[in-house]
Write a protein that binds this ligand. Structure first.
Ligand SMILES: [Zn+2]
Length: 442
């Protein structure tokens, strides 16, 4: 019976495993897994032939597999696989589609029903790619990711754990404002501009609205964006006082705040104002890097997506301005990545997905390794280090007793070739099997 459900799932590809397993087979959050190799997310070396016990969705024991003592238990045999903690992507836009960047005005008229369909599809794709936790850093339809988060948490649909920032906190015409050249501002619906603010008081007020609305994290646009009209990626948009106003609201509420910043000045302003992480950091200078080291502010650098933009933007008819700004930032960002990593800036895995398609999140690992990380460093950036900087180290990011049993497995050894993470065979979230090849018997 189990196999029929699984086949149905693989063929129809929807909401399958956990629902069919959950509903038809009872609670599957109790599970034992045997892993040929195990990367726990925080140790420097892998472990071999480990048995992971899961009860009520939590990891309750990890030990060397022993045939004699384990013989009575049903075991999911992944002895030919490498197990890792479920991956964390600290920068997604999970309610939006990559191929819509050519015409952002689509968000002016999009219905909530359609947003929900897109979101559910992206959520499943992301989870199947092995990303069991994502942080959504802004959506033009402001609370679409909160809606998705809440539906996943309620068990209505299947997707990763989500932290969401609600709307973009940005200046008028700034990197998170959805004004488009040639479209009169008075025709743009207010709902896509909820976080647009000027001056510390307005930023404070809107930051409070975001917290009150249920944001898990706040996202500010400290300097110009690549995929926005007007503005120069490096030039500061928010003033230090405006950044500080948002940081104070976030920290009062006990949540993190992250700054979108390409330029050196706005990176420094954001770090000195007390943000927890910087998105992009493309044009950081030596001083900004040293400041990040000193304050232990993480950089989340989307070092893969420049290649994707170069490959598809012209074909898909993206605005010329976006292409130009992409070229200005891609190589520069990769150099900064290498320098920042070797200087000791904490690096957290963030893809800016929706710039490129959901499900391709793992393509960045290869570039991170090419730019100087070991595969283990890159894996930790997407597991324990990411978990620490999103404030969830007691929940996810490691295969460790007491944490959620979010576990993935890959056939090839990612420590030999990190591109193995682009082909995740097994996905388990909170002890529930989400994805499993037919060749593995439970
Ligand atoms: Zn982004």
């Amino acid at each position: 019976m189990k196999q029929y459900f699984l086949l149905w799932c693989l063929v129809f590809g929807q909401l399958c495993s956990s629902i069919s397993y959950g509903a038809a087979e009872g609670n599957h959050s109790d599970l034992n897994i045997r892993c040929g190799q195990m990367i726990d997310g925080y140790s420097g070396e892998p472990l071999h032939d480990q048995l992971i016990s899961i009860r009520q969705g939590l990891i309750t024991n990890v030990e060397l597999y022993n045939k004699a003592t384990s013989e009575d238990d049903e075991i999911l045999n992944l002895s030919a696989y490498t197990c890792l903690p479920g991956l964390i992507d600290t920068h997604t836009h999970i309610t939006e589609r990559a191929d819509e960047t050519s015409d952002l005005s689509i968000h002016y008229t999009r219905s909530m029903t359609e947003v929900r369909e897109i979101s559910a599809e992206n959520a499943l794709t992301t989870l199947h790619a092995g990303f069991t936790t994502v942080r959504n850093l802004g959506a033009y339809i402001a609370w679409s990711a909160r809606d998705l988060r809440d539906r996943i948490n309620a068990g209505e649909i299947v997707g990763p754990r989500i932290q969401t920032s609600g709307f973009y906190l940005t200046i008028p015409g700034g990197g998170g404002d959805l004004v488009i050249p040639g479209i009169p501002e008075n025709t743009i619906p207010d709902r896509v501009r909820q976080g647009v603010s000027r001056g510390p008081d307005q930023f404070r007020e809107n930051a409070r609205k975001a917290v009150k609305g249920g944001a898990d994290v706040l996202k500010i646009l400290a300097s110009g964006a690549v995929l926005a009209y007007g503005g120069i990626p490096g030039s500061p948009e928010m003033t230090p006082e405006e950044i500080l106003a948002v940081v104070e609201v976030a920290h009062e509420a006990g949540i993190k705040v992250t700054a979108h910043a390409h330029g050196a000045q706005s990176i420094k302003d954001a770090i000195l104002a007390g943000v927890d992480s910087i998105e992009h950091a493309s044009l950081a200078d030596e001083e900004a890097i040293q400041l990040a080291v000193k304050h232990q502010v993480a950089f989340s650098m989307d070092v893969y997506n420049g290649d994707y933009i170069n490959a598809v933007a012209a074909i898909q008819g993206w605005p010329e301005e976006f292409l130009r700004k992409n070229i200005e930032t891609t190589d520069a960002q990769r150099e900064v990545f290498s320098t920042a990593f070797s200087a000791g800036v904490p690096i957290i895995y963030g893809t800016d997905s929706a710039v490129y398609p959901h499900g391709d999140n793992a393509k960045q690992f290869v570039i991170m390794v090419r730019q100087g990380m070991t595969p283990m460093d890159a894996i930790q950036a997407a597991t324990s280090v990411a978990a620490k900087f999103i404030g969830w180290k007691d929940k996810v990011g490691a295969i460790k007793v007491g944490l959620y049993a979010d576990i993935i497995a890959v056939k090839e050894n990612p420590l030999n070739d990190v591109s193995a993470l682009q082909d995740v065979s097994v996905v388990i979230k909170e002890g529930q099997i989400i994805k499993l090849p037919l060749s593995i018997e439970e």
